[in-house]
Design a binder for this molecule. Structure first.
Ligand SMILES: Cc1cc2nc3c(=O)[nH]c(=O)nc-3n(C[C@H](O)[C@H](O)[C@H](O)COP(=O)(O)OP(=O)(O)OC[C@H]3O[C@@H](n4cnc5c(N)ncnc54)[C@H](O)[C@@H]3O)c2cc1C
Length: 280
């Protein structure tokens, strides 16, 4: 008999309810499913694992045993057949009715964003109502899948994100307590990707439109006047940019390295399988 995955996570069979092009770079896919009522989000940058079918399959091919050893089994499945596994963020989870929104960057399409395309981006572009996926998602608010964790004593927060981390930045802004000072730098490919992000925080949001040449977020943060007091930084987006930002904050600005949460959401020239393979 298969053991359950470690709590507080479970597998969900989901299907597409509808899709919406929310901006030039982002497609929002809304999922439904029988047990979605059991999914719970910790808010902020809540991540989960998404499993997609490959072209020609009508459902993702998952390991036979979905217990605690599922990952080792997924790795030895035929890479041409097994489900495409990717990391995504809860954009919104609603429970009346039970619906999950996920925003997918449309990368690598001519005139629609940077980089190369990939199976998840392509899947979202052509997703239709009824299309089946699976996710490994949280069932309790405290679930280890939320990285935005400002320590006690934080006076203000710094958030930087590109469009892949825009759902997470939106979640963080929606979660921040009223009046929290926040400096926010959001980098997108297209002026029409700029959107309203509701927040009760005292947020100073700078939108940066990426062009050819230097990474605009790094230049903007380098040039910024930052508030006084104890900062907490959350940085996500392309790995090289994220590393450079962290170096700047810790090395040049004197941020305590323990108060900088940094996550490469993707790396130029590498697929998510390449990144997992490096982890061994
Ligand atoms: C914790 C976490 C949460 C994430 N949440 C989201 C989310 O909510 N929405 C979202 O869209 N992404 C999110 N991402 C990023 C997403 O997992 C990656 O972009 C992933 O590589 C997309 O898979 P793919 O199959 O489209 O491309 P892959 O097959 O992984 O990569 C193919 C090629 O595309 C390039 N590439 C990948 N992503 C991008 C990009 N964003 N822009 C330009 N080029 C790219 C790669 O460098 C590679 O050359 C998240 C990542 C993490 C770690």
């Amino acid at each position: 008999m298969s053991e359950a995955p470690p709590p507080p996570y479970r597998w969900f069979d989901l299907h597409v309810l509808r899709t919406e092009r929310v901006s030039p770079s982002l497609v929002r896919v809304t999922f439904g499913g029988d047990h979605l009522g059991e999914m719970v989000t910790g808010g902020r940058d809540q991540r989960f694992k998404l499993f997609l079918p490959r072209p020609g399959q009508d459902a993702p091919v998952l390991p036979d045993d979905l217990g605690v050893g599922w990952y080792a089994q997924w790795r030895v499945q035929d890479p041409a057949v097994r489900a495409v596994m990717r990391s995504y963020t809860v954009r919104e989870l609603r429970h009346d009715p039970h619906e999950l929104d996920v925003d997918f960057v449309q990368h690598g399409r001519p005139g629609e964003g940077t980089g190369h395309s990939g199976p998840a981006s392509e899947w979202s572009r052509t997703a239709r109502p009824g299309d089946r996926v699976a996710i490994l998602g949280p069932t309790a608010e405290e679930n280890g899948g939320v990285d935005f964790q400002p320590p006690a004593g934080t006076d203000w927060v710094l958030v930087t994100a590109d469009e892949s981390a825009l759902p997470a930045a939106a979640g963080i802004l929606g979660w921040l307590p009223a009046g929290t000072p926040a400096k926010v730098f959001l980098e997108v490919a297209h002026p029409d990707d700029v959107t309203d992000l509701p927040t009760a925080a005292d947020a100073d949001i700078t939108w940066l439109i990426r062009g050819p040449g230097a990474a605009p977020t790094l230049d903007a943060v380098r040039a910024a006047r930052l508030p006084a007091g104890t900062p907490y930084a959350w940085i996500a987006g392309e790995s090289g940019t994220v590393r450079a930002l962290r170096r700047h904050l810790v090395g040049d600005r004197g941020f305590d390295r323990r108060a900088v949460t940094f996550t490469g959401y993707w790396r130029r020239g590498a697929t998510e399988e390449d990144l997992l393979a490096e982890l061994g």
